[in-house]
Design a protein around this ligand. Structure first.
Ligand SMILES: Cc1cc2nc3c(=O)[nH]c(=O)nc-3n(C[C@H](O)[C@H](O)[C@H](O)COP(=O)(O)OP(=O)(O)OC[C@H]3O[C@@H](n4cnc5c(N)ncnc54)[C@H](O)[C@@H]3O)c2cc1C
Length: 370
């Protein structure tokens, strides 16, 4: 059985970026991913521009892909209020299918041993047990995303909100420079342009609303989402690319512990941010960069874990809490309507609330040894 310096569970954005950064710095890295790769994932596919140069710095030629750059935020409420505001940082659109595929290709170029279609079932004494056998590593990182994995027993979190996520790819004559957030009772729907003249239409809804509407997406959309007339209009005008949407359930947003006594966590596995911030993917990439810097400078596990814990909170703690507060506002039609009115009236407040959740731009600063 080969022994690696680093074993990473999950090849989402956090796991892939971390693997590339560490392999490029001379570490032997194995990444184990349970799914066939790549696949479509439920995600709004709007990336904050803070991570644009980072993705370029780890090898993705984003400039060559002619991606839509998005500079305006549009907010609409169920009660008919609308607001369009410029975004200071802005974002770009890219499907998860393409992004995850390109990251997996870069992993291979960087010399990472990538093992797809292999589920990790247990982590014990430096060994990752999986459906394809065992892998040993000096340091094991959980990059398994937002769902509690079966290989960990974590205490249950006290979060009563539970959401479903639904995603479509659509075509149509829409504004390519906007990321829109249309709110409805118990949820909101984001829409923005991605590659190949497609738009990603993705919503989050309180799962109780689905239960009330015969557990069908169609009824949920007709009876709840379409009360926001702007959103109903988008659905009416859209040309749907897939026959059925992608649907996931049991979504929660929490800060988790960033380490146990034998492993560290990165990306959503360490803490997931409400998607309305359009920041989860950039935070996954940024947390991979932060962790790679610490791994390359600190060899003692306990000190590494301690430093990572402090720095994670410093970098992301406030953003996650703020986004979760805004999430609560977006889910309540009356509150959302009132907040939109306040934002329209007080422009300094508008600038602060809209731009405050985005972080600063970042790039790879670790040395390439490979
Ligand atoms: C509805 C919705 C919309 C969103 N919209 C946006 C948006 O527009 N912009 C944005 O920036 N963020 C958005 N996000 C958040 C973003 O998707 C996440 O923050 C991001 O995917 C986190 O990346 P990650 O690498 O931590 O996890 P993931 O991308 O989830 O990757 C985790 C990987 O681990 C694998 N895995 C899990 N368990 C195992 C196991 N036992 N063995 C092996 N592999 C395993 C999974 O298959 C997966 O590939 C959205 C989230 C939701 C739910």
């Amino acid at each position: 059985m080969d022994k690696y310096d680093i074993g990473i569970i999950g090849a989402g954005i956090a796991g892939s970026c971390l693997a590339i950064l560490l392999a490029d710095a001379g570490k032997s890295v194995v990444v184990i991913e349970k799914n066939a790769y790549p696949e479509h994932k439920v995600c709004g596919e709007f990336l904050s521009l803070e991570s644009y140069h980072f993705f370029k710095s780890i090898g993705l030629p984003l400039d060559d892909w002619d991606l839509p750059i998005i500079k305006h935020l549009e907010l609409t409420s169920q009660k008919g209020r609308e607001l369009v505001a410029p975004l200071k940082m802005g974002g770009f659109g890219l499907s998860r299918y393409t992004l995850d595929y390109e990251l997996s290709e870069q992993m291979k170029r960087s010399g990472v041993h990538f093992v797809p279609e292999t589920k990790v079932t247990k982590v014990e004494n430096g060994t990752i047990k999986s459906s394809a056998g065992n892998f040993t590593a000096a340091l094991i990182i959980g990059a398994h995303g937002k769902y509690a994995p079966n290989y960990l027993t974590r205490p249950k979190t006290h979060n009563n909100h539970n959401y479903i996520g639904v995603k479509y790819h659509i075509k149509g004559d829409f504004n390519s420079d906007f990321v829109s957030l249309h709110s409805f009772d118990g949820g909101y729907c984001g829409m923005s342009k991605i590659e190949n003249d497609l738009y990603c239409l993705c919503y989050l809804a309180n799962s109780q609303k689905l239960n009330k509407h015969e557990n069908t997406i169609k009824h949920l959309e007709e009876n709840i989402l379409f009360k926001n007339k702007r959103l109903a209009n988008v659905f009416e005008r859209a040309d749907f690319v897939w026959e059925k949407p992608l649907v996931i359930s049991n979504i929660k947003f929490n800060k988790q512990e960033v380490h146990t006594n034998e492993m560290l966590f990165v990306g959503d596995a360490a803490g997931s941010i409400s998607p309305l911030s359009g920041n989860g993917m950039s935070i996954a990439a940024r947390s991979a960069l932060l962790l790679s810097q610490l791994i390359l400078s600190e060899t003692h596990f306990n000190t590494l874990a301690e430093k990572y814990n402090v720095q994670w909170d410093r970098h992301f703690g406030r953003r996650v809490n703020k986004a979760n507060l805004l999430n609560t506002i977006m889910l309540n039609p009356t509150l959302h309507h009132m907040v939109l009115k306040a934002l329209q009236t007080f422009s300094p407040l508008q600038k602060k609330v809209i731009n405050d959740m985005q972080g600063k731009a970042f790039v790879r600063d670790t040395k390439l040894i490979r």
